[in-house]
Design a protein around this ligand. Structure first.
Ligand code: FE
Length: 130
């Protein structure tokens, strides 16, 4: 049985740019995102539904042009799906709560996980640690 994601009127709750990423699986231009060089302490959440996704403690500079993390906050926060689009074998990262497209995960990240979650800034909001 397929999973039930929360539903919203996405065109109304998201900006057009966010909609293209989260609901249409588009990718923001490299080096364009607002969280690429963001260094504050806190938590990155889904821009669609607020689901906690990544801690600033796992953010690193991958040089790829997209915000990169070496782990997720919890295994339950995202779903990983195989993605064969554009002639590439990739693993898509999806918000487990709303099904929104966040980015992809690769196996060339740093220790301890060796993972690189390559995430669109437009799929994220930030909650600063107080
Ligand atoms: Fe979400």
């Amino acid at each position: 049985m397929s999973k039930k994601y929360i539903k919203k009127d996405w065109k109304k709750v998201l900006t057009n740019e966010e909609y293209q990423i989260l609901r249409k699986k588009d990718t923001e231009l490299a080096f364009s995102g607002k969280y690429l060089n963001y260094k504050k302490d806190g938590m990155y959440v889904c821009a669609g539904c607020g689901n906690p996704l990544f801690s600033s403690e796992t953010k690193f500079d991958s040089g790829s042009g997209w915000p990169s993390f070496w782990d997720v906050i919890s295994k339950e926060s995202v779903e990983l799906k195989s993605d064969d689009s554009f002639g590439m074998k990739r693993v898509e990262v999806v918000c487990s709560r709303c099904g929104g497209h966040l980015g992809h995960v690769f196996d060339d990240g740093p220790r301890p996980t060796r993972k690189r979650f390559c995430i669109n800034s437009l799929g994220l909001n930030f909650k600063e640690k107080k």
